[in-house]
Design a protein around this ligand. Structure first.
Ligand SMILES: [Zn+2]
Length: 353
């Protein structure tokens, strides 16, 4: 088959090289012009400016950076995320490949609020790249631009847990919080490419509109189901770690708290039993955990409480085409929550144990 295809192309090449010298010159000129047109079509902007190299911790932020760049007609960017979405963002190894990517970046984008504390500071230090160090022009922390939930009042102590000492850093599960984060990201990008500031600002507005519309659509879908089930304020959830807190808040759902006693500290057998008792007494419909959290703990919790659990991704999944965009993941959550609610009304609510 290969030979046949190769022979098929031969007459084309033959006709090119058989044309007279003058015609060949004109043909070459057209080929060059064609190649130039093709390259300017493929490249976002034929400005000659180097692409802005953006490295994000979470895949969510990479999608945002691409969107704010304005695509093919916008600012030239090269964007990549360090995480693929199946890790625990608190506890990731500071891989040499992360260091390599940070050393070449113009802009590092993180959630901050201590989400990546255990590993990002090591990556940045090892990169030896002054521009992207905390406080540098190439460092962009989105968490400092959002309204933080579960922010501790008074002095911060480690007794609050090792990983949420500045409040809950998992804001990226709320489309509303991503709007504030998007504004900050736009500012960071414009700081390094002031010539494109207006274009970026226009993209920030489009991103805000997209997130607002997505949120309104899903909120209305969920509210319709909650109303039809007559569930209302009695719908209560629980979570293993406080990954889903912003999702619950965005969709006006009530979580009674976490199975972990302190964020980032695996619960003891006594704590799991206590949390199970609490969940039963409060009539919790379902407990949510991240896919990277221990299945055995959740099984034990469900056995003790009679409350079902689900383990879901808590970041975009780079390797899964069904969950690799903010909109897809948000739709997944709401569709799954609707399923859970429908199932839960068929089971009697247990109270007062
Ligand atoms: Zn956390």
């Amino acid at each position: 088959m290969k030979e046949e295809r190769a022979l098929d192309f031969n007459p084309i090449f033959k006709s090119i090289f058989e044309v007279p010298r003058a015609s060949r010159y004109r043909l070459n000129t057209w080929l060059v012009i064609g190649a130039l047109c093709a390259s300017s079509w493929l490249s976002p902007v034929a400005s000659g400016e180097e692409p802005l190299r953006i490295v994000t911790t979470l895949p969510e932020f990479a999608e945002m950076a691409r969107e704010l760049s304005g695509g093919e007609a916008g600012l030239r960017v090269e964007v990549e995320a360090l995480l693929r979405g199946n890790e625990d963002p608190h506890f990731v190894e500071a891989l040499p490949s992360f260091v390599k990517r940070a050393s070449r970046a113009d802009l590092i984008v993180s959630a901050g609020l201590e989400l990546e504390n255990a590993w990002l500071s090591k990556v940045l230090a090892k990169s030896g790249h002054a521009q992207v160090q905390v406080g540098g022009p190439g460092y962009c922390e989105l968490g400092s631009a959002v309204e933080v939930l579960q922010k501790p009042q008074g002095p911060i102590t480690r007794a609050m847990g090792d990983v949420h000492a500045s409040g809950n850093p998992h804001f990226y599960l709320s489309p509303l919080h991503l709007i504030s984060a998007g504004r900050r990201l736009g500012d960071c990008m414009a700081r390094l490419r002031p010539g494109s500031a207006q274009k970026i600002a226009a993209q920030v507005i489009l991103f805000e509109k997209r997130m607002t519309s997505l949120h309104q659509d899903l909120l209305s879908k969920l509210a319709t189901v909650v109303q039809s089930l007559g569930a209302g304020a009695s719908v209560r959830f629980m979570e293993y770690h406080q990954d889903f807190t912003y999702l619950f808040a965005a969709y006006r759902l009530h979580s009674i708290g976490a199975i972990e006693e302190k964020p980032g500290v695996p619960p003891s057998a006594a704590r799991i039993a206590k949390a199970a008792q609490w969940a039963t007494a409060e009539g919790v419909r379902v407990a949510l955990a991240a896919t990277h959290h221990p299945a055995s703990t959740m099984t034990k919790f469900s056995e003790l409480s009679g409350v079902p659990h689900r383990r879901w991704p808590v970041m975009l999944q780079s390797g899964d085409v069904k969950l690799d965009r903010i909109e897809k993941l948000q739709r997944f959550y709401i569709e799954q929550l609707i399923e859970v609610l429908k199932q839960s009304v068929t089971q009697p609510e247990v109270k007062g144990r």
